[in-house]
Design a protein around this ligand. Sequence first.
Ligand code: PAF
Length: 282
Amino acid sequence: MQVIKTIDELRSVLKNQSNIAFVPTMGNLHAGHIQLVEVAKQQAECVVVSIFVNPLQFGPTEDLASYPRTLEADCEKLKAAGASIVFTPSVEEMYAEFDGNNLNQTMTITPPPIANELCGATRPGHFAGVATVVMKLFNMVQPSIAVFGQKDFQQLFIIKQMVRQFNLPINIIGVDTVREPSGLAMSSRNGYLSNEQRAVASQLNSALKDIVQSVKSGNKDYSQLEKNAKSILNSQGWLADYVSIRSSLTLQPASSTDNDLVVLGAAKLGNTRLIDNLTFNI
Ligand code: PAF
């Protein structure tokens, strides 16, 4: 496995590869990321994993500075998982216009309005930052396949839109969320949780599961179900951001005639913001 830090070196190493599977990450890898690598390996012999904590997708009050950076341990895990190349550029390498102070000169992608809903409502600019870095990474790696986790359902939806609308010849594969035995979705941010918080963190998943159960048994009062789930989470000590039942095909609020659904939730436990979602059919 090669660890590469510059775009030039990446291009020269990849120049004769015609089938590349790509897994973009921000590092601090857990079993969920390794699952993405496993899926990528089934698709191509050459598997490129990027590790880049993207400043553009963090808001001014978010955890960019404290986001866990564990490159050495990540590389060991990726080597064991059979990745071919780890691409880990610096901020200056990724954003040539970065002047060490701000990224105001950066040209960005403007995602469709859905990027301002759900997570985008409280994280303005987040999905523009994600789409921009993913587009840059796609241009650098030139993969034929890219693999993303379904845990970030809205992110996956926006990236699929970007690939379709910009006519990129890349097959996007979404992989099921890997969970702790409790049901807690694996996330790098779980590392912020205290032992006490971790013991109750699966409550978010339980709230979503309860909604799936209710909808499957015929309850179509989606707005009431969303409200109830939020107030249960708040009564359990969370600060619920949103719980929303949507069409999994369009990500628009679900109507009573939609059959392909996703229930998404985001809530803060202490200072840690967790997200989760469940897709289901009725
Ligand atoms: O999901 C992530 O880890 C990031 O949002 C991504 C896709 C690597 C872009 O920085």
